[in-house]
Design a protein around this ligand. Sequence first.
Ligand SMILES: [Zn+2]
Length: 331
Amino acid sequence: MNYLKNILAVLFLFSGLFVVAQPAKKSPHLPIIDVHVHTMKINPNFTSEMCPWFLSNMPGGDPNEKMVFAASGDCANPLKPAKSDAEMQAAVMETMERLNMTMVAFSDAEILHNWYNAAPKGRIIPGIGVSSSKEMTVEAFRDSLSNGFYKVMSEVAPQYQGMSPSDMSLDAYFAVAEELNIPVGIHMGTGGNGMANITQPKYRASMGNPLLLEDLLARHPKLKIWVQHAGYPMADELIALMGANAYVYCDISGMIWSYPLDEIHAYIKRLVQAGFGKRIMYGTDFMMWPKLFETSIGVIENAQYLSFDQKRDILFNNAVRFFRLDEKQFK
Ligand SMILES: [Zn+2]
């Protein structure tokens, strides 16, 4: 009993010292750049809870039975979706401030402008994507980039139409990005379980092969491309592409919170082991769950095979280099 009292006294003493020694303001979190954030408009009828790493179970189905997309499973801590645009914006801004984050953001233009105006200067880097020539003319795309608001071309996702990123129908858009020095993010790989059966009948897994970017890169030698979702699961092809094309980077968005955790770690470890630790960028593919940022950052923070410096490269340094950001602005 006395022993316990002594321990308590010591703890009390230390905690007292700790309180005195603690600075008035908490030092900021080391900066993090999330290169893949969707500014999604919330439709309360189409939101659901999500169990991270839900693709650990990839059940089969039958064409005569309706296939359902189930990201909400039986997990202890499902992520809750935001219920309105206002709730989402408040949560994103709070997380951005607390975790000292900068976000490359794209999708719904109205939401993007709202976030841009609400965030501290420079913390939202706006992107605009074109995945088909039917979406906008080349002239309209050039105008959008020329007014200076958009700094990035993303997300470009021809794979969902069963089209290669090197398809000539997109070439003139990439030429504009090359001419204006705009980095380009292209969706390659990942399609979850049964994407072609559920919502995207034109989706082709084969069109996510990173090597399909080679012709595009050859036509546009100054184009800066990052392979989104790290072309998962085509690590060999991504390694071959990045080996042959030294300006190509990748992000690990989407895959890091949806596929089986061991599989994700094996994939990232493989890329680092192959020598590409300076070209992997952190990203989430954030859609509607505010706590997704913490969940995804945790994957990198807890990666036992990465050194502190390697983690900082993935979470921050590589994106500063790729997007030609000024490091001083983060000090
Ligand atoms: Zn994507």
